[in-house]
Design a protein around this ligand. Structure first.
Ligand SMILES: [Ca+2]
Ligand SMILES: [Ca+2]
Ligand SMILES: [Ca+2]
Ligand SMILES: [Ca+2]
Length: 494
């Protein structure tokens, strides 16, 4: 792997302050340089973990100032699979402890051109060095290019959620994507209950000789929500919602025609209306979805009898997420619930987190922080709010949140408000340190200035989670954290 030439003797301080925003200083991390990192996260042991494009896992102990020592390199996934793997997602199990690590990763056959279908895998890694490798789901669909099994995240119900990319640009097979059809599990948020897999691995192949049925009773792997074209990452917010930023299609794709009476993958029959197929369709925007179970989020999949892209074109006026090529009168799919935020075209929003710490007097607390791999090469801050918890405000250009090289993922060290950004284009991880760090009141989880009932409820809402604020003593949120919080009741006031 090529090493970039990087000037040391930093920090680089780049400040373009906005009123009410948190200002960050950029710190180079030399021990991370020279690799393309796909996920960054913090383990239950407080270490910084990152996956590499080829299937390694690296981890670093963190100094109090957020910088790292040398990396420890973990190759167990490559070793078990006999070579490079396109490793994308990593999430620690809610049951993981500092001395009992359990992590779940998503990965696929390594390559970006002409790849075979059914190359996606979900694997459980355990042991002090994540050396025990157990594949839990195999033969997930895989596009011939870079749409694969992407980010993973545990939900409040303890299940593992992950995003599975599409096989095509816009739902109908097209030559740019090797004329491969959408499979039953493509372009979706999938939900895995590992406890229902009696003998791993589960073979999730649904076609081409595979027989997996995600609709079956007690199916371990199910379709949580559909129409999610190519999401890189997903986050469960403390407000209970799942937010998913999606990469929309470039121009030139084809959408499928829908005919009343068509057979659907769940055994039902499509009841209409008829939908015209389109060719040579224009660029589609990148949207943030607030995903609820059963939602359809706009990427067609004939295998599921989902035919209308995005908002269709119901009226002669400008409709939300309208596809102008459809004839007026083309209603959106009955399960299409619209988007929470429109990023615009070619922004490529990827890694997403909920910022939890109280840096800058809580100015970023509870906001969604999303890296934009596309032309802005920056970080956008989104504020959920209103009755639906859709996005009510967005900010860009804030101090230190600009000037990256294809940023792909990020994580917060929630105890200190530090951000770690994977700069894919520069093959490194960059530390962003808030100039106004959080007050030393770790149990004030909602940044109100006092430890009180809302912090108690916040902690209960994060029960079992690792890498979140509220895990006051490491090892996941549990009874000892609750007792610590109660012992600090009323602290920090003023
Ligand atoms: Ca219209
Ligand atoms: Ca991530
Ligand atoms: Ca509080
Ligand atoms: Ca704990």
């Amino acid at each position: 792997m090529k090493h970039n030439v990087i000037t040391h003797a930093l920090p680089l301080v780049a400040l373009v302050g906005l009123a009410g925003a948190v200002e960050f200083e950029k710190i180079e991390l030399p021990a991370t340089q020279g690799s393309k990192y796909t996920t960054v996260t913090i383990g239950p042991d407080g270490l910084l973990y990152a996956t590499t494009l080829e299937g390694e896992i690296r981890r670093w102990a963190l100094e109090p100032d957020g910088t790292t020592g040398e990396a420890e390199v973990i190759t167990s996934l490559q070793d078990a699979h006999g070579g490079d793997r396109l490793l994308i997602g990593l999430a620690f199990d809610p049951a993981a402890e500092p001395d009992e690590l359990v992590a779940w990763v998503s990965h696929a056959t390594y390559g970006f051109d002409g790849m075979d279908d059914w190359g996606g895998t979900i694997t459980r890694l355990s042991g002090p060095g994540l050396e025990t490798v157990e594949d839990y789901v195999i033969n997930l669909p895989r596009s011939c290019r870079n749409h694969v099994t992407n980010g993973v995240a545990f939900g409040p119900d303890g299940a593992l959620y992950f995003v599975q990319g599409s096989n095509s640009a816009m739902g109908e097979p097209d030559s740019d994507w090797c004329d491969r059809p959408e499979r039953l599990l493509n372009a979706a948020v999938l939900r895995l209950d590992p406890s229902l897999i009696e003998t791993p691995p589960l073979d999730a192949q649904t076609n081409d000789g595979g027989t997996y049925d995600p609709y079956g009773p007690s199916a371990p792997l199910t379709l949580y929500a559909t129409g999610v074209r190519n999401a890189y990452d997903l986050v469960w917010h403390g407000n209970g919602n799942l937010y998913v930023p999606v990469n929309g299609s470039g121009s030139g794709g084809s959408t499928p025609a829908g005919t009343t009476g068509a057979a659907c993958g769940d055994g039902s029959t499509y009841e209409g209306p008829d939908v015209p197929g389109l060719d040579g369709v224009g660029t589609q925007a990148d949207y943030l979805f607030r995903v609820a179970p059963g939602d359809y989020n706009g990427h067609p999949n004939p295998a599921r009898c989902e035919f209308v892209m995005n908002g269709g074109n119901p009226t002669a006026g400008t409709d939300p997420a309208q596809v102008s090529e459809y004839p007026v009168g083309t209603d959106p799919d009955v399960n299409y619930h619209g988007f929470a935020f429109d990023f615009g075209d070619h922004k490529s929003p990827n890694g997403i987190i909920e910022y939890q710490s109280c840096s800058g007097d809580g100015a970023l607390h509870g906001k969604l922080v999303v890296v934009r791999y596309g032309q802005p090469d920056d970080i956008i801050v989104l504020t959920p709010g209103g009755a639906e918890q859709d996005i009510v405000d967005s900010e860009t250009g804030s101090g230190g949140l600009t000037g990256f090289s294809n940023p792909l993922d990020l994580v917060e060290d929630p105890s200190r408000g530090f951000l770690y950004i994977s700069e894919y284009g520069a093959s490194k991880i960059t530390l962003l340190r808030p100039l106004d760090p959080p007050a030393d009141c770790p149990a004030d989880l909602d940044c109100s200035g006092a430890v009180d009932i809302s912090d108690f409820l916040t902690l209960l809402g994060r029960w079992g989670q690792t890498g979140v604020r509220g895990d006051l003593d490491g090892g996941g949120v549990g009874i000892t954290d609750l007792l610590t919080l109660l012992g600090l009741w009323g602290a920090c006031t003023g």
